[in-house]
Every structure is written in C-alpha cells, then in structure tokens.
Ligand binder design. Sequence first.
Ligand code: ZN
Length: 253
Amino acid sequence: MKIARFSTGEDPRYGILDDDELVVLSGDPMFSGFDTTGERIPVTGVRLLAPVIPRSKVVAVGRNYREHAAELGNEVPAEPLIFLKPNTSVIGPGDAIVLPKQSERVEYEGELAVIIGSIAKNVSRADADSVIFGYTIANDVTARDLQKTDGQWTRAKGFDTFCPLGPIIETEFTVAGGTVETLVNGEVKQSGRFDDMVFPVDEIIEYISSVFTLLPGDVILTGTPSGIGPIIDGDSVEVRVPGLGTLRNPVRA
Ligand code: ZN
C-alpha cells in the first residue's frame, strides 16, 4: 500500500495511492487505521507533503556502504555509526533545499528511509520487521565542509530543509534486491544496491533500539552509497528508488 500525506490548500490529509487517485483516509493511518472517507482525489490536483513528520527524531547511519566510506577516506565502522537529524530539517517532495550561508559545500546523499510504526526498545533482529510501518526515500543533505571542521555532525546534518522525505510511504516494500539512484539536473551521480549495506535494516533497528526508544513516526536513514557530490543554487536533485518513486527537490541559495 502506498500512503501519501497531502494538502489541497487546507490541513494535511492522508490517502492511499490507487493509480492516479488518492483514496482519502479519515486520519493518520499510523495511529487511526485505514478507514476511508469515501472521497477520491486525482493525485495531480494535490500537493504531496513529507509523508511523515517524525514525532521525536530522525536517526541516520553513517558510512553504511563500503565504497562511500572509502571515498571520504574512512574505514567501515565495526558497529553502526549513528547520528540524529532534528525533525525541523524535514521537508517534502518539491520543497526547496535551502543552502545555508555558513557552508560553502553542501552535498546530496540519496538514501532508503525506514518509518517506524510502533514503540520500539531492545528489538531483536528477528522482530525488527514488526516495528516497521513502511519505507520512503530520503536525501541526507550535508554541509560537508562543516562536517569536517565541527568534528561532530549536528550542524552539518541539521540545517532546516536538510532532510527531504517522500514522495510516499510504501508499507509492502522489499529491501532485498532494491536500488537507489541520485541524479543532479538529470545526470546520474549515485547508483547503489541495498544489498551492499554494511549493516542491514534489521541489524540497524536492533542496534538503534538498544540505545533509544523509537517512537511511531520516527525515521531511520540507512546510509548513502558512493558518488556523493555538491549541489548549488538552481540545481534539481532527484533520488529514485524503484517501488518508492522519485523524491525531487530544487536547490536554492
Ligand atoms: Zn547519510
């Protein structure tokens, strides 16, 4: 099932994507199920929003693909390397990534995002699937210069607009065999396979939930493959995952 969060000019609503139409839901399906209002709206007539606004946190995994760790001169970590992005960094499909004046090098990172659906603490790998609501696409936008000079990543990863999510949540997505591509102005820059993750999704959930309690609506970014690079004012950046669609965002100074 493909779940969209959308606006037709009023408050955000949720819908199930059915071909070119949205079957409108009576509430947030994560909390109030899949009851429908009976209304159907053409998807071309709505503005898609970030499919989830994380209640508490976005947890991201760094250096989770061998070739990406190597391109920045790093080893693959022995355990998942995790960091937080504030929920205020989240934007939706089509929203502009705004380049902060504090940075001279902002980069894209196309990633698979996991949406948590239930309270999760000390979840084993074997049970990880049971706490997943679905999957979407993320761009873990990063001020690469500040990441180096700050020594830790809060500012470099945390600016407003630095976490595009969308376009929809797929509740039945299969990670194995999946791929992610990032394009800037139509040119392919990253092309990765989820099977190449150093730590797969179930292991990431086991690790993170041993540290934090994950809440419904929390989002996990699973790391980016090699091929990262800069984005500048006027660019259009797209992250594509077959089965999840295309997350497209313009870049503005
Ligand atoms: Zn990342």
